[in-house]
Ligand binder design. Structure first.
Ligand SMILES: Nc1ncnc2c1ncn2[C@@H]1O[C@H](COP(=O)(O)OP(=O)(O)OP(=O)(O)O)[C@@H](O)[C@H]1O
Length: 988
């Protein structure tokens, strides 16, 4: 049976040392909570007071109290001289805060006056209380009162709050009463403060310390804030949900909020109960806020909401009445089960971890680590059919700031004009001032930067023109030559830009044939020098084939060291998709490679994506695909150049010998359906020749001697087999790409970064605009993917005559064309894992359909922070923007899945942060399991379950066939969002 304990506001604990202030607020604020805790505190304080008594003899000496005109709640401002920690301080109260600092003569030379100064906003005060004549703490004397508030742990961790008690000693009992009445009167005006809460405690959460945490940590906070609580211990699974759902409306209306003391599962139960009420039209449920006091195993909800996994902090957020809207995901399974989540739902790895860890509950929270390691070894992947609706690119909804001090919002130029300056505080502040609950939101960035969460859209804040945009060659003009490889899978690249003329040309090889075979080059080791005329070869027939192959191999060996194209084997291709890649545009294995030396360019495509984590870490990846590029016999000394315009278009210009070529990467003005495209990249073969116009094009025009994308040199004809192409990566500076930069780098995911030859202009840091906020915003690095020779016609069936070729972005880019550099060194070039899913198809209703084999599928509706991912799975995810993020991790080898986990844990995910990871903003998702899948050791933990299960915010859902929708602003929570050190400083 549940234990239900009602603690009403008149249930005074009668602590002997506390004398309730004889003010008009006495009854309303009479304390009611854990007597044991207070008693212990009192004893400690008494002993400390006794110690101080020995050293301090003088009592307070107060001078006059000055009051300014005020209304019913007492004077608007008060001033008085009191004693604080034994020193005389001047105390002032204004409409928004109370503050004090040492009076001049009070502090001696050895006293740090700064330590005596405090400024406490009323919306951070729990309460004020007159103290008994008997001192209860070291500084208490006659006529003392205490202000209960908190302090931040420090600028390094502003989100962890410590309870604070400031004891001030006034001149008289009258002055104490006046001050206590004034402070408590101000607090009463805060409309968002809860007065009555329903609390659920799950005694089985985490390490079974929920009851202890409630009694020792949380309850005292509510007692100090004078919040009445009704406590219920849950007795079974879904107990809290049922109670919330079935409670009488009048009873529920008596509460301002429901608090879950436990893990994410308990919080989710409360949310589910409220949403169930709302679904049947109960309006009471709309105004009930939900709080989470972390006492579970993961506590991602509390971590996400407050930026700290700290019960005292969470309790104070609740007691202070913080308010925030939160999106929720709704997962409806085919078997009729419905679950809600506010962090993430995961299938595959996450589901397997949860499924098995449930059997290890006795281990406590460490069970997740153990199970995670086992599942990593198991390396399972599952075949599924996916359909999702991409989130449209919307502009920021400034009414929907996701958090109070969201760094992303701040960078996007969205801020709140509040009484404490131009930043958003909790709604309580404005309520305090008598205004509406929401402060005024303003967009201060005239560049039109969008709110990240709502923005989406490729190329979001492209910003203004870069100096490089219109300076075509500039420092990039001198580029060098090109090369080719005749070996299957080998691709050569020439860096654009400022590479040293004698620098070796990096070569990459990432060709991977279906089934995992890589088109590895096998040549000798003579580095190819810039300008060396090399002909693209076509199978083994081209005259230059062998030499170019040798050269290619040499470069490959040099550039990639041990990571030959076999590295691509890390990324196990998925056969059925691999086949799909090679097909379009291929003209038969080995038969239709680009005509060696003909200079024809078959296709090029590219697009830019970029990402930057909040906080200014810019990263991004741009991609250009050159499918089946013809290799040109670049004349010695051929010059190539490239640039990428900042208006969203990029232009690569190359010239070689007497001819010239250029490639245009053009970003659309309209928002891109980028997630779709990414999947198309994932799926499309490197040489698919679908020339349908897409939102993003790359055009390559060549004359005489083409130099597509200024540096891209394709692989050439190879033997049979489709699959990954090689990669030539051209790097562009972000910001919509100032000067084009050229680089050619290895396709190995672990290709040394030094292989990337950035143009000097591209690297100029001062040219970089503010960091992008979106995970899909701006080009940072462009990758030219040469449709590799890797066989299977990928060597580029000539798709047209030499000359201009226009092709949608997604074509010609192998699925494996991986995210080249992402600005943070996140990944290398292609991974050869192409073909892990089918080509996405979008139906008339806007659903995009994909089939594939994935190691992990996640739906992340908020950033989802936790101990395991402190920045959040999706650091830029917002709390209430009506979208969630679909994270797809393709089937991959163990080391690459480990890389994914490390990335997730260390920095969070952005699209293409790793070659096998896609992040797509969506609003709805359907997942159906398909037969197939791979894992070691059979289905290790549940032989009867060939499919994975869903881990829905820490709760298992065994039916894999689900539909997920986002419920925008589904719940109101007691939170203000994590603070940044900067915003925390503004509080002080
Ligand atoms: N008295 C109870 N006995 C057994 N199970 C309970 C009881 N009360 C709640 N539960 C269930 O326990 C499950 C786990 O609870 P909770 O989420 O609070 O802890 P956790 O799983 O350890 O933490 P986390 O979800 O953060 O990993 C929930 O599904 C909840 O419904």
């Amino acid at each position: 049976m549940p234990r239900l304990k009602r603690v009403d506001s008149d249930d005074s604990i009668g602590a002997p040392w506390i004398e309730a202030a004889p003010s008009s607020h006495q009854e309303c604020f009479s304390p009611g909570a854990s007597k044991a805790v207070l008693t212990r505190t009192g004893k400690a304080q008494e002993s400390r007071a006794a110690a101080i008594n020995r050293t301090e003899s003088s009592a307070s000496s107060c001078v006059g109290v000055q009051a300014c005109a005020g209304g019913e709640e007492g004077p608007a401002s008060l001033e008085a001289v009191m004693r604080f920690r034994g020193h005389r301080v001047k105390v002032k109260s204004t409409a928004t805060h109370v503050s004090w600092k040492a009076v001049n003569q009070a502090a001696g030379c050895c006293v740090d006056r700064r330590k005596l100064a405090r400024r406490v906003p009323f919306d951070e005060v729990l309460s004020a209380l007159a103290l008994n004549k008997q001192p209860v703490c070291c500084y208490a004397r006659d006529h003392s009162f205490v202000i209960y508030t908190f302090s931040r742990a420090g600028s390094a961790d502003p989100n962890t709050w410590r309870p604070e008690e400031y004891v001030l000693t006034a001149a008289s009992g009258e002055a104490v009463r006046e001050w206590v009445a004034l402070i408590n009167g101000r607090l009463q005006a805060l409309r968002d403060r809860p007065r009555n809460l329903l609390v659920y405690v799950n005694p089985f959460s985490g390490a079974r310390r929920a009851r202890h945490i409630w009694e020792r940590v949380a309850a005292p906070v509510f007692q100090r804030a004078r919040v009445a609580v009704t406590v219920v211990e849950t007795a079974k699974m879904d107990h809290a949900k049922e109670m919330v759902e079935l409670m009488k409306a009048e009873e529920l209306a008596g509460y301002q909020g429901v608090v879950a003391v436990g893990g994410d599962g308990l919080f989710q139960e409360v949310v589910a109960g409220l949403l169930a009420r709302r679904a049947r039209g109960d309006v009471t449920a709309h105004r009930i806020r939900v709080g989470h006091i972390p006492a579970g195993s993961t506590d991602a909800v509390a971590y996400t909401l407050h930026g700290a996994r700290c019960a005292a902090t969470a309790a104070m957020h609740i007691a202070l009445g913080d308010r925030l809207s939160l999106d929720a995901g709704r997962m409806a399974a085919a078997d009729g089960t419905v679950r809600h989540f506010v962090c993430q739902a995961g299938y595959g790895f996450m589901g397997d971890v949860m499924r098995f860890s449930e059997r290890l509950r006795f281990m406590g929270p460490v069970r997740y680590d153990v199970t995670g390691a086992l599942q990593l070894l198991r390396g399972a992947s599952y075949r599924v059919s996916l359909a999702y609706r991409e989130a449209t690119s919307t502009t920021a909804d400034v009414q929907q700031l996701c958090t109070s001090q969201c760094e992303v919002c701040r960078l996007a130029g969205i801020r709140m004009e509040g009484p404490h300056g131009a930043y958003h505080r909790s709604a309580t502040t404005s309520a305090l001032l008598g205004g509406s609950a929401a402060a005024t939101a303003v967009v201060v960035n005239s560049t039109g930067a969008t709110h990240v969460g709502a923005g989406g859209g490729l190329g979001t804040p492209l910003g203004g023109s870069s100096p490089h945009a219109t300076s075509p060659p500039g420092p990039l003009a001198a580029s060098h030559g090109i090369v080719t490889s005749a070996s299957a899978g080998a691709v050569l690249g020439t860096p654009l830009g400022s590479r040293n003329a004698s620098a070796p040309l990096p070569v990459s090889s990432a060709g991977a044939a279906p089934g995992g075979a890589s088109g590895a080059a096998t040549a000798d080791a003579t580095p190819l020098q810039p300008g060396t005329p090399v002909h693209g070869a076509h199978g083994a027939t081209a005259p230059a084939a062998s030499s170019s192959a040798a050269a290619a191999q040499a470069w490959q060996a040099q550039a990639l060291g041990m990571f030959t194209s076999a590295t691509a084997g890390w990324f196990t291709p998925y056969p059925h998709a691999g086949a799909a890649h090679g097909a379009p545009g291929s003209s038969g294995a080995g038969a239709a490679g680009p005509v060696a030396g003909s200079g024809s360019t078959h296709s090029m495509s590219g697009h830019g994506t970029g990402d930057a984590a909040a906080g200014g870490q810019a990263s991004g990846a741009g991609h250009g695909a050159a499918g089946g590029l013809a290799l040109t016999a670049a004349a010695p000394g051929a010059a190539l150049s490239g640039s990428l315009a900042t208006d969203g278009s990029g232009v690569g210009v190359g010239s070689s010998g007497g001819g010239q070529g250029h490639a245009l990467l053009r970003a659309p003005s309209a928002p891109l359906s980028w997630g779709h495209q990414h999947l198309q990249h994932l799926a499309a073969g490197p040489h698919s020749q679908d020339n349908s116009s897409g939102p993003l094009h790359a055009t390559a025009a060549t004359h005489a001697a083409p130099a597509p994308l200024a540096a891209a040199v394709p692989g050439t004809a190879g033997g049979g087999g489709a699959g990954g192409g090689g990669f030539v990566r051209a790097s562009f500076p972000r910001s919509g790409g100032g000067g084009g930069a050229g680089s050619a780098c290895g396709g190995s995911p672990r290709g040394p970064s030094s292989l990337t030859g950035f143009a000097a202009a591209a690297a100029a840091p001062e040219q970089l605009p503010p960091p992008s906020l979106s995970s899909n915003s701006v080009s940072v690095t462009a990758t030219a993917v040469a449709g590799g020779a890797g066989g299977g016609g990928t060597a580029g069936a000539p798709s047209g005559p030499a000359g201009a070729v226009s092709q949608p972005l997604h074509n010609g880019m192998p699925a494996s064309s991986g995210p080249a550099g992402n600005g943070d060194g996140g990944s290398g070039g292609g991974d050869g894992s192409g073909g892990l899913c089918t080509a996405p198809v979008t139906d008339a209703e806007g659903w995009t359909h994909v089939e594939g084999e994935f190691a992990s599928i996640m739906c992340v509706v908020t950033p989802c922070r936790s101990d395991k991912s402190k920045r959040g799975i999706i650091p830029n995810g917002h709390l209430s923007d009506g979208r969630m993020y679909l994270v797809l991790v393709s089937k991959c080898a163990h080391p690459n899945f480990l890389r994914f986990l490390i990335r997730l844990s260390a920095r969070g995910l952005v699209d293409r942060c790793l070659p096998h990871v896609r992040v797509v903003p969506i609003t709805a998702l359907r997942v159906s399991p398909l037969p197939g899948g791979h894992y070691l050791g059979g289905c290790l933990w549940d032989a009867a379950a060939p499919e994975s299960a869903w881990n829905v915010d820490g709760e298992l859902l065994h039916c894999a066939d689900v539909r997920v929708d986002v419920l925008r602003g589904a719940v109101e929570v007691f939170a203000r969002g994590p603070e940044t050190p900067a915003s925390a400083r503004q509080h002080r």
